[in-house]
Design a protein around this ligand. Structure first.
Ligand code: UTP
Length: 481
């Protein structure tokens, strides 16, 4: 942010902003360490940071929960239901055809955000490298790459793939792709870039150091993706390729349809700036964001900001009134991303996270706090929604869209995701009249798998299966590829 300042001017700017302590160990740093410190300091927009500290940090003695959100007048957001749930089948069909046309015209790019730290899963390395499938142990990145290859082949166009990393996993992510020959994708179609970082601060808004020569910087949240698409130059590259729609998903969800023609079609038909998929909540208090309308704008309200009485409220038909769960699947209009991700008005807000942040004390000794001692700043991608004109929300099928790997065990874990993958393939096999033994959980009692290169939907599975000269036995260890 202070690229043009000399080192001296930079130190002076930090002193003027009350952050001069960042350089208090300068004298004892080696030249290379100083370089790293100055470079991180240059990333910080001191004006922005000071504004955030003033508006977001809890005042002396107050709780760390942030200002309460005024949700008076909140309504559920409208969405386009699936045909089997009362939606207009002809309209879905039309949307699919419009989307296919856009895909054949090369107007769509894919975008995965993979800059997170994956602390809950506790996996060493970028989460996208995590082995997710039951037999091959194919990584999340491989699953997406195969889905992309299948879509590119179907529509006769290469589909550029943006991969957002962070400073913590960028090198390892790129190496993983190199080591795996880009999973058969053309290299020029894979565009890596890093998201921005923000410094952590203490309760007084003072920037924390995690070593004498190192500012405690961390990724600025998945909402940083919109800025990063612009500042990295990726947006310009996409324009050059004739792309105007970006299909967005999160790296931990191998079930997601990364390229869904009906979704693309609804987005295009409505000239939407930002479209979203909703999944009906599994139960009233499910911990997801809720699609709502507030002050006339569509928005996502986190479960923690929505009183339980509203989360549980039912209409006359006995259905949950606020039923639309957000699963972080969106399509963005490129011009909208350029508008929001630039430096002008309409930036995404930052949220505070109260965390344990290791730091160095005045004397330079390393301290590992027992309790949260500082704050990180993060942007959330769904905060873009209220800025969007003509937003569209369509219904998705949970079993075909969403089974994230977040935790090491239990809900949203590798085991639950493996089961959901098996369930999906069982449904596809049944559609092709293949009889399989199935347990009470809807999965086969043995592991097998379907590569997206074999089929990426029930329809594709039926078509492929019926075209096989010799149909294999589906049993333990079988991989259809
Ligand atoms: P999560 O909110 O699940 O965070 O990210 P996480 O960092 O992956 O996992 P935990 O909370 O530490 O266990 C949802 C998606 O947003 C991406 C993640 O990579 C994931 O795809 N993300 C998150 C970013 O790209 N950057 C961020 O700064 C945060």
């Amino acid at each position: 942010m202070s690229d043009t300042l000399s080192d001296q001017e930079l130190v002076a700017a930090f002193e003027n902003a009350g952050q001069g302590h960042v350089f208090r160990f300068l004298e004892r740093l080696l030249p290379a360490e100083r370089e790293v410190l100055f470079s991180a300091a240059r990333e910080i927009d001191l004006g922005e940071l000071s504004g955030l500290c003033q508006s977001l940090l809890p005042k002396e003695g107050a709780a760390h929960s942030g200002p309460a959100l005024d949700i008076s007048g909140l309504e559920p957001a409208p969405f386009i239901p699936l045909p089997e749930n009362g939606g207009d089948a002809a309209l879905w069909d039309k949307a699919r055809r419009v989307g296919e046309e856009a895909l054949r015209a090369g107007r769509v790019a894919a975008f995965v955000v993979a800059g997170g730290q994956g602390t809950r899963l506790g996996y060493e390395g970028p989460k996208g490298c995590y082995p997710a499938t039951p037999v091959r142990g194919a990584s999340l990145f491989q699953v997406f790459a195969e889905k992309l290859r299948a879509a590119s082949a179907r529509y006769g166009r290469s589909i550029p793939w943006l991969i957002m990393t962070s400073s913590l996993n960028d090198a390892a992510t790129r190496k993983f792709f190199e080591d795996n020959a880009f999973f058969g994708l053309p290299r020029e179609d894979v565009i890596f870039f890093q998201q921005g970082r923000m410094p952590a601060v203490d309760s007084q808004g003072r920037i924390l150091l995690d070593a004498p020569g190192s500012i405690a910087m961390s990724p600025n949240g998945h909402g940083g993706s919109l800025r990063a698409v612009v500042t990295s130059g990726a947006a310009r590259q996409l324009r050059g390729r004739g792309v105007d729609m970006i299909s967005y998903w999160q790296v931990d969800n191998p079930l997601v349809q990364i390229i869904d023609p009906a979704f693309v079609g609804f987005h295009a038909m409505n000239a939407s700036e930002m479209s979203s998929k909703m999944i009906p909540k599994a139960y009233a208090l499910e911990k997801v964001g809720h699609f709502c309308v507030l002050n006339g704008r569509q928005t996502v309200i986190e479960y923690s900001d929505l009183p339980a009485s509203l989360q549980e409220e039912r209409n006359e038909a006995g259905e949950l009134r606020f039923c639309a769960g957000s699963v972080a699947i969106h399509i963005f209009d490129l011009a909208f991303v350029e508008r929001l991700g630039g430096t002008g008005a309409g930036r995404l807000p930052f949220h505070l996270a109260h965390k344990k942040i290791a730091y160095v004390d005045e004397g330079g000794a390393h301290v590992k706090p027992e309790r949260p001692n500082g704050f990180k700043f993060e942007m959330f991608v769904f905060d873009a929604l209220p800025f969007a004109e003509r937003p569209v929300i369509i219904e998705g099928r949970r079993g075909d869209e969403f089974s994230p790997i977040k935790n090491a065990e239990g809900v949203d874990s590798p085991a639950s995701c493996r089961r959901d993958q098996l369930r999906q393939w069982v449904r596809w096999a049944r559609a092709a009249c293949v009889a399989l033994p199935v347990g009470e959980d809807g999965a086969t009692p043995f592991n097998w798998e379907v590569s997206p290169l074999f089929a990426d939907s029930a329809q594709a599975f039926v078509h492929k299966w019926n075209s096989l000269a010799e149909r294999p036995q589906i049993s333990e260890g079988r991989v259809l590829v």
